[in-house]
Design a protein around this ligand. Sequence first.
Ligand SMILES: Cc1ncc(C[n+]2csc(CCOP(=O)(O)OP(=O)(O)O)c2C)c(N)n1
Length: 587
Amino acid sequence: MAQVDGGELLMRVFDRAGIRTIFTLHGGHLDAIYQAARERDVRLVDTRHEQAAGHAADGWARTTGQPGVAIVTAGPGVTDCATAIANAYLDCVPTLFIGGAAPLRDAETLPLQGGLDQVAMMTPITKWAHRVTHTHRIPELVAQALRTAVSGRPGPVFLELPIDVLFARVDESSVPFPAKIFADERPAPPARAVEKALGWLRAAERPAIFAGGGAWFSGAERELLAFAEQTGIPVFSNGKAHGMVPVDHALCGRGLGTLAVAAATGSAADVVLVLGARLGLFAGGRGAPLLPRGAKIIQVDVSAEEIGRNRDVDLGIAADVLETLRAFGAAAGGAWPVRTAWIEAVQASRLRHRALFVQALQQDKPPIHPYRLATDVAKVLPKGAIIAADGGETASWMEMAADPRGGGRWMSHGYLGCLGTGMAFAIAAKVAHPDAPVLCIVGDGSVGLNFAEFDTMVRHRLPIVTVVNNDQQWGMSAHGQELIYGKDRKVVTELAPTRYDLAAAGFGCHAEHVVEPRDLVPALERAFASGRPACVNVMTDPAVIAPITRMMVGAARQAEPGSGAEAPGVGPAKQKVQLPYYDDLES
Ligand SMILES: Cc1ncc(C[n+]2csc(CCOP(=O)(O)OP(=O)(O)O)c2C)c(N)n1
């Protein structure tokens, strides 16, 4: 009878689940896994920080739609990964995190990297966290972990594999091995709900679809586009669904902001079909919903508890988005109204923000305007490129300029608002799609969080172009302070005009430093043509405040003459207190 260890058992489940890429950083607790991986065609991508390994697993899922896997060592490996796990949790991204651990046998003996309850730490930031205590149960528990990550509302799971459980050998014939890992069918909507929803959409004058991660992770890209084309209804998306309807398609409305602009200019959507998108901050939050207040809402979500959050809906359908679109497509036969005026209003609203920055695009002297940077980057990017955008204002400038064509081609911040994801997301994207050009655009603050990932890009020969928006400050933070307290009251938000390009060159990257607007496009072209990981360090204007910051922080508070205010924290009674990023406090 063959004896197999836990590493081999884990890999056998991965073989069956089609998992061929693992993001990791070495720890001796994990060697049984690495040795088993070495025996097969599994790609191990070793990063320079466990946080980056975790973000890369998250990025893998975002760009492929399939679960991403990170394996990290006991103790600090697991704690370093916590940010990435929380990021995947808040954004409902299907991911499996495996953590090493000290031997079960040695509990309470103060062993190396033991003595902390990793499962308890991970429980509130995962869908499921579990400690494997018997080697022969590894296959069924790994299968359960993968199933949990991808089914229902997707999300991260954490499985702890203590070193004695992992390295132990068991008789392979004694190991129960699940024949099936994933469910065959997913929940479909009842026919009466389909009929009602289609009736409302058909009768609407200005119907809209709002697609989110539920549309992407259910694998509904083709069905979403087909339904939009069948019915002539424009599609708006949140960050996880950008590109599912290509940006050059007449029915692509881009982000939800377009819907708000259309409403403000007299064309409010009257029926909105929400497909796997949550109605939190990125839909305007409680205070300023981007879905018109008067619109009839049909909300489709695989997790019923999501339906109705922040807003009453007229029809809630607890079902998988792909199954729903299939049912809608099958039942939506016959002619649909042609709504030319509505589609024209959407297209006009979609481009409106560009007019605000015409001057920035024409400017020929430094410092470079950040929107000019974003549009030049978009200009140079080949079709089908994947963009990872990181940094407060940087990501929002890029979102305005980017033209993602295809799902999984736009990756950026979500509900954790977590800086430092960009380089790891880009690494995952390049590993997953070696033939696609991959760009990471990142603020000079954020690039410092995982800067050593230039080394990962070089060692793994991943020709990613990383563009640093170098405004010599934590831009969104500095501008927030300026708006609330005044220009002269910036605290801990300033940075230096650092030569990130030279530092990246030290890792072996192609490097460019850009000061003049006219040098930007040629530098970006050289970076893409270099065929190597590249860092393009662009000096930009620190004075330009991005619209997102004004929107999230609020307008500057004018001190009223004679108000008695002596210092920012002191004011007259009964004054509203401005909170950056949240509704004001009523005092
Ligand atoms: C990990 C993390 N730390 C701190 C913050 C708070 N924060 C939000 S925006 C921001 C400034 C970002 O600066 P930078 O990366 O330079 O991008 P910019 O806003 O200049 O585009 C900070 C520090 C955060 N969101 N995430």
